[in-house]
Design a protein around this ligand. Structure first.
Ligand code: NI
Length: 197
């Protein structure tokens, strides 16, 4: 059963699926045209994807005040992480990129990602830095003013989880609502692929 799902996953991995749950339909480019290194900032200073060579990286774009899409996706990712052994976890890193830098301070980001899993780091950057990174990964987002709401605005955004190999290559793209065990299987698949011997 798991093998079947993984096979489906491998077949579907050449296609990027944009989230359509309240986030609009997006015409997506192919996986081959996406990905690559980027630098943003975390509470620990400069964050560079390049520094995570040797680890499987799970990358997600969102914002901490997201009512349901981000929490759901991060909970799914955290669930996959919780199935990993300590040894496996040493080679896995989750990265949450906030596309709402005006509201998501490093303190807020750290608290937010920490709530889901210790192997998650929260990063963000200037509007122009974020736009550049989002473009490279085919992520769409835009502010939507909310009338009669205390939070003022929401940010509609693609809900996609990206798996980047220890060599820094984008390998899998998981659409919104991908089951955690599929993400888990993909992480282990890539870890096995990269284990010595
Ligand atoms: Ni969200």
């Amino acid at each position: 059963m798991v093998l079947l799902f993984l096979t489906l996953l491998l077949f579907s991995s050449s296609v990027v699926s944009g989230d359509t749950v309240g986030h609009g339909n997006v015409q997506d480019p192919s996986i081959d045209q996406l990905g690559g290194d980027f630098s943003l900032q975390s509470s620990q200073g400069e964050f560079s994807l390049r520094d995570l060579r040797g680890k499987v990286v799970l990358l997600y774009f969102g914002y901490t005040q997201c009512p349901d899409v981000c929490p759901t996706s991060l909970a799914v990712l955290a669930q996959a992480f919780k199935e990993l052994s300590d040894t496996e976890l040493e080679k896995v890193q989750g990265v949450f990129v906030s596309v709402d830098p005006d509201r998501d301070s490093f303190k807020i980001l750290d608290e937010y990602v920490g709530y889901f899993h210790p192997n998650l780091v929260g990063v963000t950057g200037s509007e122009s830095e974020l736009a550049k990174v989002a473009r490279r990964y085919g992520v769409k987002y835009n502010k939507v003013d909310l009338d009669d709401s205390a939070i003022g605005y929401a940010v509609d955004h693609s809900s996609i989880t990206y798996l980047i190999t220890p060599q820094g290559e984008l390998r899998f793209i998981f659409p919104h609502q991908t089951a955690s065990f599929m993400i888990l299987e993909a992480i282990r698949y890539v870890l096995r692929d990269n284990s010595p011997g």
